[in-house]
Design a protein around this ligand. Structure first.
Ligand code: RB5
Length: 153
């Protein structure tokens, strides 16, 4: 498995720890984030990870900024991306099972490293369930593609 990881200046330590944690599991990690701690604009990392995921260069992405909000918003602007910011392992698991997320994001100012590891584990170990969830994910992607939605319920 190959993942991309990205971060901003407030998430350098957590990025390095999560990267090492993933590599220990035998996962190849492409780090397109920063090791700068003074200033780094999170949309750059959000975009780079999203691009790799959308282009099929990696199997998924991990994004970390202060809250996980800005960097996931940036990633979600790339077509094909379903990035979810979460602070708990349950949401991480359901985001894959029900929403087929291809990027998981969290905040270095919000959660600790052990919770971050649990989030990553739950997300990686989960599988998309398809079925009725596929219908809903298809609706999300229809909005992205057409800026409209045919369905009314
Ligand atoms: C940086 O100060 C902070 O705004 C950023 O890390 C993130 O929390 C944005 O959503």
């Amino acid at each position: 498995m190959k993942l991309a990881i990205g971060n901003d200046h407030v998430a350098v330590d957590m990025k390095l720890e999560i990267k090492a944690y993933l590599e220990q599991k035998g996962i190849e990690v492409i780090d397109v984030g920063t090791d700068r701690r003074d200033h780094f604009n999170y949309p750059v990392s959000g975009y780079k990870v999203a691009r790799l995921v959308a282009d099929g260069q990696v199997d998924g992405g991990v994004l970390i900024c202060g809250t996980g909000v800005g960097i996931s918003l940036a990633a979600n602007k790339v077509h094909g991306i379903r990035a979810c910011v979460c602070s708990d392992p349950y949401t991480a698991r359901l985001s894959k099972q029900h929403n087929n997320t291809n990027i998981i994001a969290f905040g270095a100012r919000v959660i600790g490293i052990e919770t971050a590891k649990m989030i990553v584990d739950e997300w990686l170990n989960a599988s998309f369930e398809g079925g009725r969830h596929q219908t809903r994910v298809d609706m999300i992607m229809e909005i992205e593609r057409t800026q409209q939605l045919e369905a009314t319920e």
